[in-house]
Ligand binder design. Structure first.
Ligand code: AP5
Ligand code: ZN
Length: 215
C-alpha cells in the first residue's frame, strides 16, 4: 500500500509516518528529512537548500523530485509513505508518472486537518532525537526522562532552524498557496480521505489505520 500524508507544517505527518514504519514495515519517504540530511552533509545542494528551508520557502520541484526518484529505486517494504511530498501540482504530476513507470499505484491520500492556532503551539514546542528521529513536544509529548530519548537513549535532542514563529508563518503561506490545491486534485481522483489531525496521537493513528485497511 502506498499513501501520501498531506497536511500543513506540524499536522503530525512525521509522527504518524514513524508509527506506520514500526507497525506495518512501511517505508517513510520524507523530503524534509532528505533535505535536512543534505544540509547537514554540507554538499553543494545542501548549501543551496539550507537558506531556502530556514526561511520557510519551498525548495524547487527539480531538487525534491530528484531525491524521491532515487529513493523509489530502493526497497519497497510494506509500501511507501510519502511524507511532505508532493507539495506542488508539478510534484504531484511527477509522482504519478514515476509510479506509473514502476507499475505501482497510489492507494490513498490522507489529509490531516489541523487549524493554524494549534500548529503554532505544536511547532514551537517540538524537538526531535538527533540519533533516531523520534519526535517529541515540550508539553504534549515530552521524553520520560528530560533530555533523554525514550526510544534509543540518546541525549542529542534538537530543534529545527525553521521552527520559529517567523519561518512558520512563511511555511503556512507556502502551504496554502502551493500545496493546498492538491486537496482538490486528489479529491477529483477519488483518492482523498480527510481525517481530524487535532485528535490525540493514538486517535489519529486509528483513523489512518482505518483508511489503510480499506485501501
Ligand atoms: P518538512 O520537514 O516536510 O516539514 P513540514 O511539512 O513543515 O512538516 P513538519 O515536519 O514541521 O510537521 P509534521 O506534520 O511532520 O509534524 P510532526 O509529526 O513533527 O519540510 C521542511 C522544509 O523542507 C519545507 O519548509 C521546505 O523548505 C522543504 N521541503 C520539504 N519537502 C519539500 C517538498 N516536497 N517540496 C519543496 N520543499 C520541501 O508534529 C509536530 C509536533 O506536534 C511534534 O512536537 C509532535 O510531538 C506534536 N504532535 C504530533 N501529532 C500530535 C497530536 N495528534 N496531538 C498533539 N501533538 C501532536
Ligand atoms: Zn532516539
Amino acid at each position: 500500500t502506498n499513501i501520501i500524508l498531506l497536511g500543513p507544517p506540524g499536522a503530525g505527518k512525521g509522527t504518524q509516518a514513524k508509527r506506520l514504519v514500526d507497525e506495518r514495515g512501511m517505508i517513510q519517504l520524507s523530503t524534509g528529512d532528505m533535505l535536512r540530511e543534505a544540509k547537514a552533509s554540507g554538499t553543494e545542494m545542501g548549501r543551496k537548500v539550507a537558506e531556502v528551508m530556514d526561511r520557510g520557502d519551498l525548495v524547487t520541484d527539480e531538487i525534491v523530485i530528484g531525491l524521491i526518484e532515487e529513493k523509489l529505486a530502493g526497497p519497497h517494504g510494506g509500501g511507501f509513505i510519502f511524507d511532505g511530498f508532493p507539495r506542488t501540482l508539478g510534484q504531484a504530476d511527477a509522482l504519478e508518472a514515476l509510479m506509473a513507470k514502476m507499475g505501482e499505484s497510489l492507494d490513498a491520500v490522507i489529509e490531516m486537518r489541523v487549524d493554524d492556532a494549534a500548529l503554532v503551539a505544536r511547532i514551537t514546542g517540538r524537538y526531535t532525537c538527533g540519533n533516531c528521529g523520534a519526535v517529541y513536544h515540550d508539553t504534549t509529548r515530552p521524553t520520560k526522562v528530560e533530555g533523554v530519548c525514550d526510544v534509543c537513549g540518546s541525549t542529542d535532542m534538537r530543534r529545527r532552524a525553521d521552527d520559529t514563529e517567523d519561518a512558520l508563518k512563511q511555511r503556512l503561506m507556502e502551504y496554502y498557496k502551493k500545496t493546498s490545491p492538491l486537496i482538490g486534485y486528489y479529491h477529483a481522483k477519488g483518492a482523498l480521505h480527510v481525517i481530524d489531525g487535532l485528535a490525540e496521537i493514538d486517535s489519529v493513528a486509528a483513523a489512518i489505520a482505518k483508511v489503510l485497511d480499506k485501501a
